[in-house]
Structure formats: structure tokens, C-alpha cells
Design a protein around this ligand. Sequence first.
Ligand SMILES: [Zn+2]
Ligand SMILES: [Zn+2]
Length: 356
Amino acid sequence: MKAVRRPMFWYGLAMWVLSVVISTLLIQLGALIMSDVPTAGKRIAQNDFVNTTELAAIDTAIAQTERLLADKTHEIEDARFVLRSRTLDYQNQRASFENWVKTRSATGADDQNSEVVERVRAIELLKQEERDAGRLVEDLQQEVVAAKRKLQDLRGERSAILAAANAPYQKAQKREVLKVFLFRLVLTLPLLLIAGWLAMKKRQSSYWPVYRGFIIFALFAFFVELVPYLPSYGGYVRYIVGILLALILAHFATRGMARYLQKKQSEEQRPETEKRKLIEYETAIKKISDGVCPSCDRQFGAQNSRKADSTPAANVDFCVHCGFCLYNSCDNCGQRENSFYKFCGACGVPAQKVTP
Ligand SMILES: [Zn+2]
Ligand SMILES: [Zn+2]
């Protein structure tokens, strides 16, 4: 049975909607602020830590050597072509000379010595040209090999320069992560502190729905704007923060429970008329119909307590744990009623103040 007035339910729901709307607006405002604030400065890259003058020099040298290599390769192609044609010239000349010598010895003409000498000289000249062409090809080949080796060395130096930038880059990156995190912590921590204070002190305030919206916003900021930016240091920090949070939660839960028990114990010491005044009407009606003592919060009737519209523990009028009066009888008609009812449900006469 519920004694809460119907509009109160809708009022509560509307206040929750209000809280959510306020938190959404705050979250969007926060996101806008975060996007306008330069959180990380410019993003750092490994290239920022490379010795650029050295790298530029190496790159120029590599480009030069590559151009040289390409030129030499072309030259080799041309020289090989020349060599081939020189070889062919020489072989043709030689073959025709041999034929000429054969016909000459066959005809027996001896008066052409000067011509022989001249032709031999021409052949030797061709041979010489072939040899020169061959030497040119060899020289070029050596140059190409040298250029290739130089290119290899230069590329090695280049990767060494890049590798040297790696360590300072990693260090700077770690520093950057820490900086971003601290910046966000500075923004988020005051929100969390205010939210914690509101949650502890302002729950009874008429502005509680607004404060609740702020608390939702602070929690969102903590989990979305701060936690993902925790520096990991190999996962250590995340686990430590998780453990700390669990400890804080456990601390507050235990303290809250201890406070509650203390409050209940001091309440139990008081006379029942005083206890009744401390208990809210709606809560008392609901608790008694649920089979729970509104004074000590213990269950007084185990049987039937879950069934709706059945009087829990039909024969229990007083709490078996603390002696609190749960049910009494109407002075006018004798009907057994919840002791918090203000009027008798059977005859409508105002219920008497309970005197247990
Ligand atoms: Zn009790
Ligand atoms: Zn009555």
C-alpha cells in the first residue's frame, strides 16, 4: 500500500528529468569549453626531434648519388652499344683482310706489301678502338659499384639519424600525456569536490534536483574527460586509481552505515510518541504494509509479507524486535488498523493517538 500522493510521484519524475536536462546542458557546455581551450598544444611527432640540418644534408647527398647512379647507368648502356659496334667493325675488317690475303697468295702477287702494312694498321686501329671502348665500360661499371656502395652508406646514416630521434620523442610524448592529464585534472577536480560536497550536505535542499544534475555532470566529466586521459605507465596508474576509488567508496559506505545504525540505536532509546513524530507518514504506511517495522527497519512478519493487500502477520500488533506499535484497534468500532492511519477505515472516526 502506498500513502504517497499521486502528484508527488510525477513531481519526483519531473525533477529527475530536470536533473538530466541540467546535466546534459552542463556536459555540452563543458565540451564546448574543452574544445576551445588548447588542451594539448600542437600534436608532437617524431619528425620534431630529428636533427633536420643533418637529415637535409644526407637527403641532398642521397639525391645527388642517385642522380649520379642514373647518369652512369645510362652512360654504361651507351658505352656497351659502342663496344658492340666496335667489336663488329673489327671482326668484319679482320674477316675481309683474311679473305684478301688468301686471294692474294692464290694469285701470287707480291708487289702489294705496302698495302698489307696499311690494312694491318687499319685493323690494329680498330682493335685499339675496341679495347678503348671496353675499358670505358669497365671504368663506368666501377663507378656504378662505387655509387651504389655510397648510396647504401648514406641510407644507413639516414636511418641512424631517424633512430636517434626516437628516444627523445618517446620521452616528450610521455611528458605531453602527463601535461594533458594534469590540465584536465585541474579542471575536473573542483567539479568532483563540489559534487561530493553537494551530495553530502545538500540532499534536503529544495534545489536538490539542480544539484543532482550537477553531480551527474561531474561524474560524466570524471569518467569521460579525465579517466581516459590517465597516463598508463604500463597500466599501473589505472589499477591504482581504480583501487583508490573502491577504497573511497568503501570508506563512505561503511561510515554511512555506521551513522545509520547509530541513529537507529539512539532513536530506539526514545519514547514511542517521540519516535512516531520522527517517522514520515508515507514511509510508515508503506513500511508497515510491506511487513517492515518503520522504527527499527526490521521485518516483523515473515509470512504473507510479500502478498499485496494482505495484512502482514495478521496476529502481530507490536514489533517483535523493538516493541513499536504497528497495529491497533479503533476505539469506536474495534476494527484492527495500521497504527499510523489517521482515520478508521471502517467507521471513519478520527483515530486515537496511540498509547502503547
Ligand atoms: Zn521494530
Ligand atoms: Zn472504527
